[in-house]
Design a binder for this molecule. Structure first.
Ligand SMILES: [Fe+2]
Length: 133
């Protein structure tokens, strides 16, 4: 199971809470992968994760817009590209081997999310924190 570490926090309470939910969804996916009799649930969890990713990105982009974050376009472009790749994987859950897709989705989302949170998300959070000070 994934453990949410304090070092993953970017210092914005709402965004940290949303990142934590993404981790919880990844852990739900892990439970469903580990219990491969839960095949029916896997596609639903992948869909829920994809939906929450869209929700989270919309909130994050609204926050950056509200603070006139100068790198919003580059940041949003990363969101768009990632969301498209998740959607592409998600689509495979309905036609291919859902178990294999779930393992790929989990690895891909976890890897991207951690890199993104610790990199790009920290940058906008630091910008907002400096402007708010
Ligand atoms: Fe982001």
């Amino acid at each position: 199971m994934l453990v949410w570490e304090d070092e993953y926090k970017i210092g914005n309470e709402e965004m940290d809470a949303q990142h934590l939910i993404l981790f919880a969804l990844l852990n739900q996916l892990t439970v469903n992968i580990d219990n491969d009799r839960a095949g029916d649930c896997l596609a639903d969890v992948i869909t829920a994760l994809g939906g929450y990713i869209d929700y989270h990105f919309a909130h994050e982009e609204a926050l950056m817009r509200a603070w006139d974050y100068p790198d919003i376009d580059a940041h949003s472009a990363k969101h768009v590209q990632f969301a498209a790749e998740v959607k592409h994987l998600q689509a495979q859950a309905h036609s291919g081997d859902v178990h294999k897709v779930a393992i790929r989705v989990r690895a891909f989302v976890l890897d991207w999310l951690l890199g993104h949170i610790l990199g790009s998300d920290r940058e906008y959070a630091a910008f907002i924190a400096s402007k708010a000070a």
